[in-house]
Design a protein around this ligand. Structure first.
Ligand code: FA5
Length: 340
């Protein structure tokens, strides 16, 4: 017992000198006391063992006491912006996601993944904007004033004529101009533009008023529809991680010629019935960039050709995750968001 008493004093001074107080539990002195248990005569062994354990508990108490006297960092931070006051019990607070830090919106996660795939394919990335003008929405895209196709886009417009972009194609003229120098160096223009777009739509399970598109633009010498199909198929196969049945059908956009709609087979969860109309999910519009669009960006269509596409992001994420209604994304419904 005297030995234990002596060890206690030595351990205390060792404790005082330690930077990391927890290390006292690994002291050779403590270990020697434990090792000593088996040397003690059997009738005194229990008493000795108990005393060594009690000493160990005491060391732990020193550590706890030291931590609680020095733990400014461990005091829970007060969030002055939280919609409750400091006395609200945890039962009364709205449930917060595990780490208290929230989580990434599923669309953001997918946009990052999509960008990553295109970057690996050699595309640069540009952002769009949430307010634009008539020139970028229509004129530069070969929709002259009074063109009937202007009506197809259900465009939101202010009294001053400012436009909430109805598609990311509003960025085509800007990226063609910005990267035109690539062509002089014998390199192609290869850019994607992911961003938010707005339409005055009739809403249903696959139509939102606010959604994301990713625009792609590729221009160079001798670029053909074959390059367009190869690029989009390579992307889709990488994104969905499997070979997909795709369908390219003729379509009309003023800014591409020829124009196509690119569809992939719709999974059952997104089907309303067995009609042919429900069989395919139209994912994007695409085509060879119209010569007038190249001209409006100062690029000679006799020398260069290119393709462009505009892909709805929500519908891809829905396909991938079997989400049955597009309106979940903008709903702010935590039950939906917590699944991701
Ligand atoms: C366009 O917006 C063209 N700018 C695409 C384009 C770009 C064609 C470049 C040629 C060259 P469209 O209106 O079809 O096309 O929309 C493209 C995609 O956006 C659709 O295939 C669809 O996936 C998605 N989309 C369109 N409207 C909605 C909506 N209301 N809600 C969700 N996604 C939509």
């Amino acid at each position: 017992m005297k030995e234990i008493e002596k060890a206690r004093d030595e351990l205390r001074s060792e404790f005082e000198s330690l930077a990391d107080k927890k290390l006292v539990l690994r002291s050779v002195k403590l270990k020697a006391l434990f090792d000593g248990i088996k040397e003690i005569e059997p009738d005194k062994r229990a008493e000795y063992g108990k005393a060594v354990n009690a000493l160990k508990n005491e060391l732990e108490a020193w550590i706890d006491e030291h931590a609680s006297n020095n733990s400014y960092a461990e005091i829970e931070a007060i969030d002055v912006t939280a919609p409750w006051d400091i006395n609200t019990s945890s039962d009364e607070k709205p449930r917060i996601l595990t780490s208290d830090r929230g989580s990434k919106h599923p669309l953001r996660t997918e946009i990052e993944l999509i960008i990553n795939i295109y970057q690996r394919m050699g595309f640069a990335v540009e952002e769009s904007r949430e307010i634009d003008d008539d020139y970028h929405m229509f004129e530069s895209l070969n929709f002259p004033e009074g063109h009937p196709a202007r009506d197809d886009y259900d465009t939101f417009m202010t009294d001053e004529g400012l436009i909430a972009p109805a598609h990311t194609s509003t960025m085509q003229n800007r990226v063609l101009r910005k990267y035109a120098g690539n062509l002089d160096k014998g390199e192609p223009i290869a850019v994607v533009v992911p961003d938010r777009v707005f339409r005055n739509e009739d809403l249903d399970a696959t139509h939102e008023h606010t959604f994301y598109q990713i625009e792609g633009v590729y221009v160079g010498k001798g670029v053909t529809v074959g390059n367009l199909i190869a690029t989009l198929s390579a992307f889709m196969n990488e994104y969905f991680g499997q070979e997909l049945k795709t369908k390219l059908q003729p379509f009309y956009f003023p800014f591409t010629e020829p124009s196509f709609e690119f569809a992939i087979e719709r999974p059952d969860v997104l089907k309303k019935d067995d009609s042919e109309e429900q069989k395919w999910l139209e994912l994007l519009g695409c085509g060879m960039i119209h010569p007038n669009v190249l001209k409006s960006a100062g690029i000679d269509p006799e020398v260069y050709t290119g393709f462009a596409w505009g892909n709805g992001i929500e519908r891809m994420v829905m396909m991938k995750n079997q989400i049955e209604d597009i309106r979940h994304f903008e709903s702010g419904n935590l039950k939906f968001l917590r699944q991701f």
